[in-house]
Design a binder for this molecule. Sequence first.
Ligand code: XUL
Ligand code: CO
Length: 436
Amino acid sequence: MAYFEHVKKIAYEGPQSKNPLAFKYYNPDAVVAGKRMEDYLRFSVAYWHSFTANGSDQFGVGTMKRTWNHLSGMDLAKARVEAAFEFAEKLGVPYFAFHDRDIAPEGDTLSETNRNLDVIVSMIAEYMKTSGVKLLWNTANMFTNPRFVHGAATSSNADVFAYAAAQVKKSLEIGKELGSENHVFWGGREGYDTLLNTNMELELDNLSRFYHMALEYADAIGYTGQFLIEPKPKEPTTHQYDYDAANSIAFLYKYGLKDRFKLNIEANHATLAGHTFQHELRVSRVNGVLGSVDANQGDLLLGWDTDEFPTDLYSTTLAMYEILQNGGLHSGGMNFDAKTRRPSMDPEDLFYSHIAGMDSFAKGLQVASKLLEDRVLEDFIDTRYRSYKEGIGADIVAGKANFKSLEEYALQHEIRNESGRQEMLKSILNQYIASV
Ligand code: XUL
Ligand code: CO
């Protein structure tokens, strides 16, 4: 059965095309910065937004028109797998990503839940073989079920910690079976609402114990995917422990996890933390932990995680600027953790939204590559910091200066500062976005 019968395989038609069901910039085989676009961008469809969610929000029920809506239970789960692979193949997207609970319904017991998963995972394995679509990452949903009301690995209830461990154990086995290239931990309920009832120290120690056990089990079964933490500052809890990249990196260092984990940076989580997407990518990159990206965007006027499809070319250009300097995302990718708006309810909207996101990042890649090729920012930055190349600056960098020698220098020299030229640089950036 065809779930998207009115849509044919999406092709690259170029910037002049008026066909909304065609790529204008994303041309998987085009070579940019020495690699095929597809190899840099490694796009992924998020199962939960596109196949599991129905468009409901706090104020209203689902709106999405889906050809599988009449089904339930395991029949629904199977139809979603068929639809997901038809979609990925028609869109030409190389990867997908899921939570355990997106793909199969929970049973009355953990054993029944795992049996449901086994059925769907076998089906997915077959579809992966015939389609060539790969699994970018999988993760365990430890936030929807009420058992996680106080957290999962940071729950006040040790029985919940044990349940969460069993769930991640199963997810690692699934990851190994499906060749998942990464395993993500987004701490959905790992945080607190009030310190009045919270033992923060124990919760953070337990979170690290949980991660160490996950690594130990992955090693024991030979699962070799990259582990990723996905920072988010708030929502659902008031204060999430993996607040932002800098916070997560401090946690990884403190608990001896830095060598085994990288970060999955989500654009909308960055803005919720009061940072730009580029800031979070830069902090991760310069600390050697830029692993993967959840590609979306927030709404400037709303204060929550709206998970919109990324269409802002400034943001995609500056994101690709960081990613290119990271040498790409390696085993990571660009996962569209994004949902069509509630009124965009047609199956075709799934295509329009992904095309918009893929074209926006493809364009961002082209612009960023040209910016780097022309050394537009690099030459400016090199000149701006030139005082560290010679004289007292070179001494500071080489560790040859101390407060005494610096005071001697300061007593004899007058300070002359130069303009930082922000507006000029923004104008050049505009020119590149408009002309590349
Ligand atoms: C929630 C979020 C999650 C993670 C995976 O804000 O981003 O979907 O990406 O659990
Ligand atoms: Co995400």
